[in-house]
Design a protein around this ligand. Sequence first.
Ligand code: SF4
Length: 208
Amino acid sequence: MDKKEAVDKGMMLPVMEAFYTIQGEGVHTGTPAYFIRLGGCDVGCVWCDVKESWEAEKWPIHSVQEIVNQALEYPGRMVVITGGEPLMYDLGPLTALLKKEGFTINIETSGAHPFSGQFDWVCFSPKKFKKPHSSIYEHANELKVVIFHKSDFDFAEKHADLVNKSCHKLLQPEWSKSSQYLGSIIEYVKSNPEWKISLQTHKFMDIP
Ligand code: SF4
């Protein structure tokens, strides 16, 4: 099997970086976790803070065994698969191996590609720049909408109507617009208590 075929089958994946840190945002804020950031994204958010992830070809290709072996070097047993847009790849082989090794597996995704893999927690963060694939809605445990513009509140509600009933709903100010929108997010959540606020606490802690 050549490398391209192995990537197509999800047996090898481009890894931009992998690191052990504290999950800074969303429902699992504060939990130590090993982040696997896959290279490649075709969503194109204007405010993306990992634009260097977009070109998959820039990043080394690793076998899923190598990726899991590196995760096993740390004491935490929660893994967060992120990107880039991780669902550009078949995540079945990586998540099967992580599961076999006893990891709790979370994903952070825009949902822009068909769902694959087995996860304990799916954080769905839809983006206006590329429509989510319909397969994401039944899997989402957490809907996390980044507020960058006042129209994002309506965008958040539109997706809240599509996720399952038990899905947690969070609004998160985009970092550079935090001072502009935090006040309206606070008021919105007070008036619409099915929502909660998510802050990028890792940025306050100055950790990755
Ligand atoms: S989906 Fe994520 S990685 Fe892709 S452009 Fe948007 S913020 Fe950046």
